[in-house]
Design a protein around this ligand. Structure first.
Ligand code: GLC
Ligand code: MG
Length: 419
């Protein structure tokens, strides 16, 4: 994590399914709220860690289905695989730790003797994770006998039951909690322990995250019975753990406010009557998030098509500045405003959304910033994304867009409608 020169202000370690990602929310509103908050106020000095039970295969699938931003660290397969950055560079040191007293073949041999266990898909069987489905009423008894048998065979394992259906067998030193403890230890060695850590979860495999010393924790409102039971038995008196009243990512935002960990007003929360472009004194990253959000509202006709709005847009774009569309066509920013004018409401009544990812602003002059980010537009199933490089100039209390260059992202479709 060389991006940060010093300790992260906040490290969020969040589970994905039913915590960061709400599978019952087709509009993905809470996830999009969180994304905008993170990119505007935290990305530059904080760390985002996703910690999921999913294998790399299923994790990548989820990224295609949902409007997710990119974490700094990805922990997959219930704390057995740790990777860094966008390119997901694996932590080989962690693999060494997990090899102790672990033999996957023995686990497979012994579990095959249990008719109550149904093997999960092959993608979910990993070097340090063997996974099954088991009915709720059988889970405890199977866990107890398996632990005994595997211990007798000389292994040191951990058996975790999640979501009232999944049973994972891992090396004892693995799991989401141990993976976080390993990261904390690494940060301490580098003298960069995050100032605050907030862990977020909803199910059994998240429980151990909450027992890592010093962390704040949020169980989202929709947390599973097994996690709430763990809490009642082990952590009831811990004031650093909150059972949120809001679901999924909204519960995470609620916890940021509850524990006073930093800004908790998502740019997506500004009330609908605040339809004017936001000229207040904001950071370049916040400016990017606001601007993109405004263009989403514009195309959904959630802001009125008015001359005043166009004039305001003109005021924050340098007329002679360049705008390069990912298709390669070049315009000046004055033309860009005219293009934008024509597309008002062209996504009205649809599921159209725009979100930005990995916003990085670098000051390149006394009043100029080079900002780089990924921008995604989705319309139902379709999705397009581009890398945007922009130069912004700070003029008294707003930013002027001087130059914008967009290039298709590798994973993106190449449609016409991105602007
Ligand atoms: C995810 C994984 C699955 C695991 C479950 C609980 O759903 O895909 O293999 O059993 O999380 O940890
Ligand atoms: Mg979950």
């Amino acid at each position: 994590m060389d991006r940060l020169q010093s300790s992260a202000r906040l490290m969020i370690v969040s589970d994905l399914d039913h915590t960061m990602v709400d599978h019952h929310d087709e509009e993905n509103s809470s996830l999009l709220r969180f994304n905008a908050l993170w990119e505007a106020h935290y990305r530059h000095d904080s760390l985002l860690v996703f910690s999921t039970g999913r294998s790399p295969t299923l994790y990548k699938q989820l990224r295609k289905e949902k409007p997710m931003i990119t974490p700094d660290i990805t922990i997959m397969s219930v704390g057995t695989e740790i990777t860094y950055g966008k390119s997901m560079v694996p932590d080989d040191g962690w693999v060494q730790v997990l090899n102790q007293k672990w033999d996957k073949d023995i686990v497979i041999e012994e579990t095959s003797k249990f008719p109550e266990l149904t093997r999960q898909a092959e993608t979910e069987q990993r070097p340090h994770k063997v996974s099954f489905y088991v009915k709720k009423d059988k889970a405890q008894q199977v866990t107890e006998s398996l632990s005994k048998i595997l211990e007798e065979r000389g292994l040191d394992v951990k058996i975790i039951y999640s979501g009232g259906v999944d049973l994972d067998i891992l090396p004892k030193g693995a799991g989401k909690g141990q993976a976080l403890a390993y990261l904390h230890k690494k940060f301490v060695t580098e003298g960069k322990l995050p100032v605050n850590t907030l862990v977020c979860g909803d199910s059994g495999n998240d429980a151990e995250l909450f027992s890592i010393p010093g962390v704040y924790g949020v169980m989202v409102s929709n947390a599973q019975e097994e996690l709430l039971q763990w809490y009642a038995e082990n952590a009831k008196d811990n004031p650093k753990i909150l059972h949120a009243s809001e679901r999924c990512a909204s519960g995470i935002i609620q916890a940021i406010g509850h524990f006073n960990l930093g800004p908790n007003q998502s740019p997506r929360d500004s009330p609908d009557d605040e339809q004017e472009p936001d000229f207040e004194n904001v950071s370049p990253s916040h400016e990017i998030v606001n601007f993109v959000l405004l263009s989403e509202k514009w195309r959904r006709a959630e802001v009125e098509n008015s001359e005043m709005f166009i004039a305001a847009l003109k005021a924050v774009t340098l007329p002679s500045g360049f705008y390069i569309h990912p298709s390669g066509t070049e315009h000046n920013l004055k033309e860009y405003v005219n293009i934008l004018r024509k597309v008002h409401g062209n996504k009205q009544g649809t599921q159209f959304r725009i979100w930005v990812d990995s916003v990085l602003a670098e000051q390149v002059g006394s009043d100029t910033w080079l900002v780089k980010f990924d921008k995604w537009e989705s319309s139902g199933e379709e999705r397009q994304g581009c890398v945007v490089t922009a130069i912004l100039r700070k003029d008294s209390n707003w930013y002027t867009w001087m130059h914008v260059h967009q290039t298709w992202l590798e994973q993106s479709g190449h449609g016409e409608w991105i602007i």
